[in-house]
Design a protein around this ligand. Structure first.
Ligand code: DND
Ligand code: ATP
Ligand code: GLN
Length: 585
């Protein structure tokens, strides 16, 4: 059986920066070549980044992507990497003469096969995901052909991401065509438990196709999405034989013993058993040289809490790095949300770039100040205190307000202070510290503690915030480091401290109950009858549903934050703000 050395380049690119991404591709191809690879797979749309959103509608962007892939082929050849076969994702349009208004003029999400200075063929994704965070029907025209390339005598079928998730189509056709290897290039965003699902999917499709399957995934943060890498190789029996790290760049290299391709006349095209047009391309048939075999690695999985924490760190870190943001400012109340946000920020961009502000009011407890100071001591972040009581008093001299209006004034004054610091010492942003539970029920002050450029905990429920905080401290102990989060911050009862003795439970049900209802209402999209049938108190269900529905306007104005759940607020859950639909009340 011919031996093929494959390299999966799970890299972190930059949406829109085609020229820098092309440089990255060359660099990773060089690394693959140095590792002796015959074939290197790069992630879906590696040249443009993913998702490009409405950049896909700009002809200039599509043309630049297309030109870049052609130049890349000659660049690789000129760099002495022409013998390597590279699968490179990009955006293409082949029918630019058609009317822009017609769907036929839409570009395609493609993967080009580059070899010996040419673009040998280019596969267009068949299945376009159009659910959750994906809008691919808005942008792309689906493909209808399959390409099979022969590398070192092995037939390799190339498909793109969602093609793997759907039954039938190009994956089934590749199996029927008898490929030895199915190469799948991906940009599959992280969400909790998705890695388990992906692992099973890859193994199942490999068994169904009767072929070894190599799955390469992107790494890095892109606005609200974070890509976790976690590239996988499964043999044709469904055994995972190699797996890359999560949330880190890596070149995963493996030697594969694969069956020789069947007799296909060079360059012959035809219709496969499932009726799909299949084009064959013979690139190389010579056997691999004698070389010391590489033992493929199977990287250990992170724990559930560990992977969520890593996602939040990478999401915030890449948002800052890719947008030229050097520092972050945030209000430190000594509470669990701002403390965990600060710990994530320190891990993402370094404590020396994190500026925490304590802004005590007349109602602030002593522990709110001492716990915030202790956090600074433990992490090494910059810490300063700007009391707001005199500013609040000055406002009250000119304003006749009380109750919630007066409470919100305090939160807004803090927001003004954080933004002023950020403006003064930029390039920097303010971090909003709200969590998913608060965001769901509108428990934050708009233009107050809701100000900011990024919200790391936006998709993390309050009960999970506590778990993550405990996990981060345990992790520090395991590594022999100082746990960042003060014990009192984890154990004390949450309070907004906007009036004397205020507790979150004055306005909200206990978070364990609230989060259970929110899980079903927000993530599960269940209706009132289902929630009541599950045993939740009907009055409480009504109250929570009302709070969630009414807070849509607040969520729309909230900063972006990393998606970690099946359904995050934002692109994943799109509801009208002006909405008269009410159930049972
Ligand atoms: N449909 C709509 N579209 C656009 N804007 C709309 C709107 N409905 C109201 N508004 C505007 O929004 C205002 C009400 O929102 P907002 O000013 O935020 O005030 P509001 O939601 O009434 O009060 C803030 C709540 O959050 C709690 N809080 C505040 C700060 C921190 C924390 C915490 O623990 O983290 C909790 C606080 O205890 C209080 O219960 C209205 O006065 C109006 O101006
Ligand atoms: N005294 C304070 N000094 C600085 N920032 C504050 C102060 N109080 C509140 N904040 C900011 O406002 C946000 C909302 O805090 P609040 O205490 O009202 O509710 P919370 O959701 O329980 O948050 P936390 O758990 O961080 O206290 C905090 O996360 C913090 O960023
Ligand atoms: N880019 C894609 O096609 C992603 C869709 C796919 N179901 C995933 O999340 O992995």
């Amino acid at each position: 059986m011919p031996q093929l050395r494959i390299a999966l380049a799970q890299l972190n690119n930059h949406v829109g920066d085609i020229s820098a991404n092309a440089d990255l591709v060359v660099e990773w191809c060089r690394r693959a070549d140095e590792a002796g690879a015959d074939l290197v797979l790069l992630p879906e749309m590696v040249l443009t980044g993913y998702p490009v959103e409405d950049l896909a509608l700009r002809q200039s962007f599509v043309a630049a992507s297309r030109l870049s892939v052609e130049r890349l082929a000659s660049r690789l050849e000129a760099a002495g990497l022409g013998d390597l076969t590279a699968v490179v994702g990009y955006l293409d349009r082949t029918d630019e003469t058609h009317s822009l208004k017609s769907g036929a003029a839409k570009p395609q999400n493609k993967a080009a096969v580059l070899h010996k200075g040419t673009v040998v063929c280019s596969y267009a994704k068949h299945h376009l995901p159009n659910y959750g965070v994906f809008d691919e029907y808005r942008y792309f025209r689906p493909g209808n052909e399959l390409h099979v390339v022969r590398v070192r005598g092995v037939d390799v079928g190339v498909v793109i991401c969602e093609d793997l998730w759907q039954d039938g189509g190009p994956v089934a056709a590749a199996g029927e065509a008898g490929v030895g290897l199915l190469a799948v290039v991906n940009a599959s965003p992280y969400e909790r438990n998705k890695d388990d699902f992906r692992g099973e999917l890859v193994a199942r499709r490999a068994r169904e196709a009767g072929a070894t399957l190599a799955y390469v995934n992107l790494v890095g943060g892109q606005d609200e999405l974070v890509f976790d890498g976690d590239s996988i190789i499964s043999d044709s029996r469904g055994t995972i034989i190699a797996r890359g790290p999560q949330f880190a760049e890596d070149l995963l290299v493996a030697d594969l013993e694969l069956p020789a391709g069947l007799e296909v006349p060079p360059g012959s095209d035809g219709t496969g058993p499932s009726g799909m047009i299949i084009s064959h391309h013979v690139l190389s048939t010579t056997a691999a040289p004698e070389r010391a075999p590489i033992e493929p690695k199977v990287t250990e999985r992170l724990s559930d809490l560990g992977e969520v924490y890593a996602a939040l760190v990478l999401g915030l870190g890449d948002y800052c790095r890719k947008n030229g943001i050097q520092r972050v400012y945030l209000g430190l109340s000594g509470g669990i949300d701002s403390t965990l946000t600060a710990a994530i920020a320190c891990d993402a961009i370094g404590a020396d770039n994190v500026y925490g502000l304590s802004n005590p009011s007349a109602y602030s407890s002593e522990h709110s100040k001492s716990d915030a100071a202790e956090l600074a001591e433990r992490t090494g972040l910059h810490f300063s205190t700007v009391p707001i009581a005199p500013i609040v008093d000055a406002f009250h001299q000119g304003l006749d307000i009380d109750g919630i209006a007066a409470e919100n004034l305090q939160a807004r004054i803090r927001g003004v202070i954080w933004m002023a610091e950020s403006n003064q010492h930029g390039p920097s942003i303010v971090l909003a510290c709200g969590n998913k539970s608060e965001l769901a029920v509108g428990y934050s002050t708009i233009y107050g503690d809701a100000v900011g450029g990024y919200a790391p905990l936006k998709d993390v429920s309050k009960t999970y915030v506590w778990k993550l905080a405990a996990w981060r401290n345990e992790e520090a102990v395991r590594r022999g480091e100082t746990p960042p989060i003060p014990e009192n911050t984890i154990s004390k009862e949450p309070s907004a401290e906007l009036r004397p003795g205020q507790k979150d439970t004055d306005s909200l049900p206990p978070y364990e109950i609230l989060d259970a209802i929110l899980d079903d209402y927000v993530e599960g999209d269940k209706g009132r009858a289902d929630l009541v049938a599950q045993g939740f108190d009907p009055d409480l269900v009504d109250r929570v549903m009302r709070m969630v529905d009414r807070a849509e306007y607040k969520r729309r104005q909230y900063p972006p934050g990393t998606k970690i759940s099946f359904k995050a607020f934002g692109r994943d859950r799109r509801l009208p703000i002006t909405n008269g639909w009410r159930e049972g009340r």
